[in-house]
Design a binder for this molecule. Structure first.
Ligand SMILES: [Mg+2]
Length: 244
């Protein structure tokens, strides 16, 4: 089996998401300190997290749209503190600018050079990182996001949208990602081949949702659909492709 094209997860596959989000939260706090200090004082770190969780509960229909959930959260915090709710947009932009400042894992640059030699690369992400500001644009043919398709991984429709954009059948595409449920199980259910990137530098975690580290507990083995690989980093995947 030789894939004709590749879809790649972004967060925790190409860069660690936890420090990225920590910096973005800090940037948001810095912005609020300058422009809406009452909101910062009224909310605090824990308060913002609680508010963010409440907004997610209130808007299950936006589960695929982290950007809008974040914007609503900031809006609510501003209103609660009596600040101008029109500040939500520029505050969100301060968050997003920092959220796009990612630090790639060491193998990413050389691995993308080698992967791109085997076929077009398409980003498939549930998060709100974008190709140009994260530096990925030179290697990628495009991107499909949960926000743009209206559904998040592991929903098969986001993988179908990616294959359509690549002009490939699902069984011609390999999806590469870190999350067993969203990336690997989702891709296989949609008929794609899969490569599970299990980075030693990511902390283990026990849950099976959200962002921020490798899964410790594994679900049942995936169904025997397409080809499946497990690799410690992207260069190992490039080695496998080179050897085909
Ligand atoms: Mg990921």
């Amino acid at each position: 089996m030789r894939p004709r094209a590749f879809t790649l997860d972004l967060d925790d596959t190409l860069w660690p998401i936890e420090p990225t989000l920590r910096r973005a939260e800090a940037a948001l706090r810095g912005w609020l300190a300058e422009h809406a200090p009452a909101t910062l004082a009224g909310c605090g770190d824990a308060g913002m997290l609680r508010l963010r969780a409440q907004v997610a509960l209130d808007h299950p229909e936006l589960a695929h749209d982290l950007s809008t959930l974040r914007l609503i959260t900031i809006h609510r915090a501003l209103v609660a503190a009596g600040d101008d709710p029109a500040l939500a947009e520029p505050a969100f932009e301060a968050f997003m600018a920092a959220r796009q400042q990612v630090t790639w894992f060491d193998d990413v640059r050389p691995a993308l050079d080698r992967l791109a030699a085997h076929g077009p690369l398409l980003a498939v992400s549930n998060g709100n990182a974008e190709l140009a500001p994260t530096g990925l644009a030179p290697w990628f043919a495009g991107s499909v996001s949960a926000r743009s398709t209206g559904v998040a991984k592991p929903d098969a429709r986001i993988f179908a949208a990616a294959c359509a954009q690549l002009g490939c059948r699902p069984d011609e595409v390999m999806h590469i990602g870190d999350d067993w449920r969203a990336d690997i199980h989702g891709a296989r259910e949609a008929g794609l081949h899969s490569a599970w990137v299990r980075r030693a530098e990511l902390p283990l975690r026990d849950d099976s949702g959200g962002l921020g580290g490798q899964h410790r507990l594994l679900a049942a083995p995936p169904p025997p659909a397409g080809h499946h690989l497990e690799v410690p980093h992207l260069l190992a995947l490039a080695d496998w492709l080179d050897a085909l």
